[in-house]
Design a protein around this ligand. Structure first.
Ligand code: SF4
Length: 520
């Protein structure tokens, strides 16, 4: 075990809390020492939930260790049932309490509890938060959907959506978007779980024809169990990005026995603007931007696909902190010709980012901090989340509207970089200098100051030198990165700067020295 200042995932009982906090009528009794109640803050402070998560901690203290912590646990269970009147009780231990070996499942069986109890055994020292959430969801589904007989007359267009949870990255808005899309093509959605579902809803899962797994990290195990137990097939295409959303709708249509769409579905649940916006002049300037991607497996793989196929960026790094899904990320990395990074050590991720020299970082909150330190534009694409990843506005990642949100959140930081770059490069230009009036107003006698740089050299000498200026191929390449509408000015300013100093040929360094000079 290693102490760390920051971690991509919490212990597995935090995953169990995420599932309990997602559902209605579920209460979690967590055998945990006093300090472990910190986890509440994830929900109240980060997610801005209006109520505490439905968790009762036993909050035993050091002095309790000489007595019976098992009795403390039993009383906590009884009090939780009396006070919260849940439809189902989850029971388990936090990392520290696991060491006491009190066996919450066994203890709860000795109590006369009036509601179903689902014991959780989450090995805190081997597994992590997302695994804990997946296991908790699976245990709940097995407990409530594992005993019924499946009806024989199930409508083929009926389905369940599996995987969204509390604290998931944009899960709340993804569900709104995907439900609208599916309803638009005639799908009857029976249950969305765990987010918003009750234990009774879980018992109805087998009544739908098929399942849709939106977040494999949470729902893959459960969907496979439902397939094995009830023969329910599932759609596993994750609709992040325009292409994947189209594919997702095609897969759902096929599974529901609906005819394939021949007019496209892009007008459902919003309008696809990403496709057209990427063809704009501004976006073309961004082609081949180097992008480093790190996050949970689903969002990282989707981000690499969108970056490469829909925005024309170049993936220069791809990785995940989720070892359980390392194989999928490795396969994707192979596709983009990069070395996969499978690590939950943020220092290793930071070094990989430095080595890859990206122009854009897409990652978690930790990569956002790293990018900020390195002064590289960044957008958050995945959990772990921060308070700002729960925006007040509608902001999905999935579906066509999700693709629009992605376009904005990835491209705008790059445009901001572009504006700053231009402003500093042309600050002394008559149109751009600090005292210039706004370009849409008359200049009011503002004197063109652009050529002040050559004032110390006689006009004819400079003109001759500028005439002779030659550029190295690297410098020409770098110059081409500047948008065409100001490239001419950048060229002239740099050549004047080089001529003034007798520099020939112009190298990348000269270009940046000129930029720094004009930025002063
Ligand atoms: S022991 Fe477990 S629950 Fe307690 S602070 Fe550490 S990770 Fe969190």
């Amino acid at each position: 075990m290693k102490l760390t200042m920051w971690t991509y995932e919490g212990p597995p009982h935090v995953g169990a809390m995420r599932v309990a906090a997602s559902m209605k009528g579920v209460h979690y009794v967590l055998h945990a020492p006093q300090g472990d109640t910190y986890a509440d803050l994830l929900f109240t402070m980060i997610e801005r939930r209006q109520s505490r998560p439905p968790v009762t901690y036993t909050t035993f203290q050091a002095r309790d260790l000489s007595g019976s912590t098992a009795d403390i646990f039993k009383s906590a269970c009884q009090e939780a049932v009396l006070r919260f009147k849940p439809e189902a009780l989850l029971v388990g231990s936090s990392c520290t309490a696991e060491l006491l070996q009190d066996d919450p499942g066994g203890l709860s069986r000795t109590l006369d509890i009036s509601v179903p109890v689902v014991p959780l055994e989450l090995p805190s020292y081997q597994k992590k938060e997302t695994w804990g959430a997946a296991e908790t969801f699976y245990r709940l589904v097995r407990s409530f959907a594992g005993h019924g007989q499946r009806a024989t007359d199930i409508a083929p267009n009926s389905c369940n959506i599996l995987g969204p949870t509390s604290l998931g990255f944009r899960n709340r808005d993804d569900i709104t978007e995907i439900v609208a899309l599916l309803k638009g093509i005639g799908i009857d959605i029976r249950v969305v779980a765990p987010l918003g579902a009750s234990p009774i809803d879980l018992s109805r899962l087998p009544d739908a024809a098929f399942n849709i797994v939106l977040y494999p990290e949470i729902a893959d195990v459960t969907a496979r169990w439902l397939q094995k137990t009830y023969g329910m097939p599932f759609v596993s295409t994750v609709p992040i990005g325009v292409g994947a959303t189209r594919q997702f709708l095609a897969d759902v249509r096929q599974m529901a026995g609906l005819e394939a769409s021949d007019h496209g579905d892009a007008s459902l649940g919003g309008t696809d603007r990403l496709t057209w916006y990427t063809k704009s002049v501004d976006s073309n300037y961004l082609t081949n931007k180097r992008v480093f991607i790190f996050g949970d497996a689903t969002h990282a793989i989707a981000a690499a696909r969108i970056a490469s196929r829909e925005l024309g960026f170049k993936v220069c790094g791809l990785g995940t902190y989720m070892r359980e899904f390392a194989r999928d990320v490795r396969a994707a990395a192979l596709e983009y010709g990069v070395e996969p990074l499978i690590s939950d050590d943020h220092l290793e991720v930071e070094q990989a980012i430095i080595d890859a020299r990206p122009e854009l970082v897409l990652g978690t909150q930790m990569e956002r901090h790293i990018a900020k330190r390195l002064r590289v534009p960044c957008a958050v694409i995945s959990s772990p989340v921060h308070v700002q990843d729960f925006p007040a506005r509608y902001s999905p990642q999935m579906g066509f509207e999700g693709a629009n949100v992605i376009f904005d959140s990835w491209v705008h930081p790059l445009m901001m970089g572009l504006e700053e770059h231009l402003l500093s490069m042309f600050r002394d230009d008559f149109e751009f200098h600090d005292n210039a009036s706004a370009s849409h107003l008359h200049a009011d006698g503002a004197a063109p100051a652009a050529l002040s740089v050559v004032a110390s050299t006689s006009a004819s000498t400079v003109a001759d030198l500028v005439e002779d200026a030659s550029w190295t191929s690297d410098a020409e390449k770098e110059l081409k990165k500047i948008p065409f509408f100001v490239r001419g000015k950048a060229r002239r300013n740099t050549e004047a700067f080089a001529a003034d100093r007798g520099i020939n040929p112009i190298t990348v360094e000269t270009l940046y020295d000129a930029k720094a000079h004009f930025a002063r």
